[in-house]
Design a protein around this ligand. Sequence first.
Ligand code: PRT
Ligand code: ZN
Length: 299
Amino acid sequence: MRFAGSANLFFCSDMEKLSVGIQKSGRLSEKSLDLLKESGIVLANGSRKLLSSSQNFPLKAVFLRDDDIPQYVYDSVTDIGIVGENEVLEKGHDLEIVERLGFARCRMSIAIPRDIEYKGAESLDGKKIATSYPNILGTFLAENHIDAEIHVISGSVEIAPGIGLADAIFDIVSTGSTLVSNGLKEVEVILESEAVLVAKAGLSPSKQEILDKLLFRTRAVRKSRDNKYILLNAPNDKLDEIIGVIPGMKSPTVMPLAEEGWSSVHSVLNENEFWEIIDRLRDLGAQGILVIPIEKMIT
Ligand code: PRT
Ligand code: ZN
């Protein structure tokens, strides 16, 4: 039996907790944990144990190999999971991508030896392609009516052509340097992938409610990362033009400065259009431009 103050009772019973499968160790682990942490969710033991329960949010994390996460979610061993979209597609379970998380971005490509000529997908006809992702590759080959042999290997796929095991490979590419250092060139990009939050359809209403709360927080965190708060001083005769170039959440806040003829303008800018807008603001006579990171952004 557990004892807890009544206000904390909900948070202490594991029954009502939403369980999330997180990669134990690898490219997804740190960013998955950072997202929870920045969402204000404190996990007791970090990723050192198989299971870690939060005491301040009804969530428990189960640390797993990334390949196993789609199956665990599908079997309802965990309610949701954070995993590469490539693994979700490869495993092919009927899971819902609830949210795209924007990290661990990569692409899945076919590569061949640098000195081999490539004239389009038909060049792969009759060839042997090594991969750890036979299902995604198989779908691509079938869709393009290519008759190639798929050779499944579990690791170091990129060395297969060099040791005579295959004519081509299908693997994850990020910077492309692994391909280059193995004398390969990328010839087909089959899909783009990023970390995603997956769930099986039919969560109980109480778990769905927890998931909605979690998503509300993670969206606020991710939005704040993409935006900056900006303050600047604008000459009043240029105010309309300056406001015109600032998109803002609704419209910018404008306050008169102590100095006659000047106003202070506050707004929010997206990271992607940031420098371009700053340049235009300077050209219009804006001064004292301050750019401040946003901790959380709730819209
Ligand atoms: O132990 P566990 O099974 O949990 O982990 P893992 O070793 O299978 O996976 P891990 O941690 O390597 O990758 C987890 C996920 O990160 C993948 O499923 C992808 O969704 C994503 N991701 C993003 C990547 C890469 N970038 C990546 N560059 N996964 C692997 N790579 C490898 C790739 O396999 C190749 O060997 O990096 C190499 C290519 O990188 P570049 O930069 O040289 O092109
Ligand atoms: Zn793996």
